[in-house]
Write a protein that binds this ligand. Structure first.
Ligand SMILES: [Zn+2]
Ligand SMILES: [Zn+2]
Length: 462
């Protein structure tokens, strides 16, 4: 009998695929994450694997690579199934060893097209081991460097401060002074927990400020990385606290499409690019690659979700006793991307539009009634068409997403390098107009360097 392993974290998609495949005579084995999927493939040596790209515990790119590292599984056909229509993701998946790349929604005809010639499962020949992770393993996991609980929740002052709000490339100069020219970096504090969201160039000034504040005292910092595109990591080599031997830095994030988190940060400090290597930083820097979509940083509960951006990019939802902050820095709203793609191709596809709408709804549910939503708003309506598929959002859609979610406050973020202060002001004005027209309530402003938002003030100790 021919078997197929379906690795898919969305239960509805999984059920639909299973139904179609069973009808076509397949023995279907299912897994919700990469790790479980790899085990099923090794145990069963199926004729084919259907693998989503955005799955926890080893993303789909890694699953492809790990399976292709096993010569005994060479006969197994790997079909990537994904909501990503980014051309680069297709190339990366094929380079990782996928035989086919199907964009969701997957129709029975799509499966029939890519699975026609597969007969029975490959004959067992030699031992197959559980594939080892090709990247450096997460090192010093759960090192317990940081407090895990605070004795009194009522004293957890929660603040957000922007140190870098620009997307893509730093843009200093007289025309961006009010908004700021540094790339993504947001400081999040809850009690004495310091969490830094992304390490764009804004992290340099943040490092100097922390050194000033903590004169002589040890710093314990968590850096939470959304993805390893350069504008989100390029400031890290200039982060002063990493050079002090008494400071402890814990860097958290997910493996990228092509390699581990540590590898990306390590490589940008190789000799060709930087005079000091990461291993020469005197501070105790530890990396922890995240596997689950929910985790805890001290008193802060964090949830993550894959955003619609080339490669692997996550959005984070941080919940504290003081409120909820969602950081969705790089994201392209699905529906407009799908609609415009169809218009250009002259191929209307109602099922694909419906799929895109549902993906947007999922993200709106993830945001929920966040107190603060920091969200990609890189383009205006006139710019978006020429930047279709670049992984960023038209500001009108950001406002619509925030309204759909029921967020209370929206900070327009990841400003385009071409947008000077006047342009940013005009986008804020339009965003407020859109909110007014909706009849709903939403506070909107542009994220600006130096701006601080207090979610909850500290209460006096009893
Ligand atoms: Zn970015
Ligand atoms: Zn990016």
């Amino acid at each position: 009998m021919k078997s197929i392993v379906v690795i898919e974290d969305d239960p509805i998609t999984r059920a639909l695929l299973q139904q179609t495949l069973r009808r076509d005579g397949w023995r279907v084995l299912e897994a919700e994450d990469g790790e479980a999927g790899l085990s099923l493939v090794v145990e069963n040596r199926p004729a084919a694997v259907l693998c989503d790209l955005h799955i926890p515990r080893r993303n789909g790119f890694q699953v492809c690579r790990m399976l292709r590292a096993q010569p005994e599984l060479a006969g197994t056909k790997i079909i990537v199934t994904t909501g990503s229509r980014f051309g680069n993701d297709r190339l990366t998946a094929l380079a990782a060893g996928a035989d086919e790349y199907l964009v969701k929604p997957i129709l029975p005809a799509d499966l029939a097209r890519v699975l026609p010639n597969v007969g029975a499962d490959p004959v067992a020949n030699g031992q197959v081991a559980v594939p080892a992770a090709p990247n450096e393993p997460c090192e010093l996991k759960n090192v317990g460097l940081f407090k895990t609980a605070f004795p009194d929740d009522s004293d957890l002052r929660t603040t957000v401060r922007f140190w870098g709000v620009r997307g893509s490339l730093p843009t200093p100069g007289p025309t961006t002074v009010r908004t700021g020219g540094n790339t993504s970096c947001v400081e999040f504090r809850c009690g004495d927990q310091i969490i830094i969201l992304d390490a764009g160039t804004g992290i340099r000034a943040l490092g100097a400020s922390l050194a000033q504040e903590f004169k002589g005292r040890d710093l314990h910092i968590t850096i939470l990385i959304t993805h390893t595109h350069w504008d989100h990591i390029q400031g890290f080599p200039f982060f002063g606290p990493a050079y002090s031997p008494t400071n402890k830095l814990r860097i958290l994030g997910y493996e990228s499409a092509v390699g581990g988190l540590r590898t990306a940060l390590f490589e940008q400090m190789e000799t060709a690019y930087f005079p000091i290597s990461l291993s020469q930083m005197a501070g105790r820097v530890v990396f922890e690659e995240l596997e689950d979509m929910k985790f805890q940083i001290g008193p802060v509960a964090v949830q993550s979700v894959f955003s619609n951006h080339p490669g692997i990019c996550l959005a984070y939802r941080l919940t504290t006793p003081g409120g909820v902050v969602v950081y969705m820095c790089d994201h392209e709203v699905y529906l407009r991307q799908e609609r415009l793609t169809q218009e250009r191709a002259g191929k209307p596809n109602a099922a694909a539009l419906e799929f895109a709408r549902r993906e947007d709804e999922k993200l709106a549910r993830f945001i929920g009634a966040a107190d603060v939503l920091i969200c990609d708003s890189q383009y205006d309506e006139s710019e978006y068409p020429s930047r279709l598929g670049w992984g960023h959002t038209c500001m009108d859609d950001t406002v619509a997403l925030a309204l759909q979610a029921g967020a209370k406050r929206l900070c327009l973020f990841h400003h385009d390098p071409d947008h000077d202060d006047t342009k940013v002001d005009s986008m804020v004005e339009r965003a407020r107009l859109l909110v007014e027209e909706s009849g709903k309530t939403l506070e909107v402003d542009a994220a600006r360097e130096g701006q601080e938002i207090v979610l909850k003030a500290a209460t006096a100790k009893k």
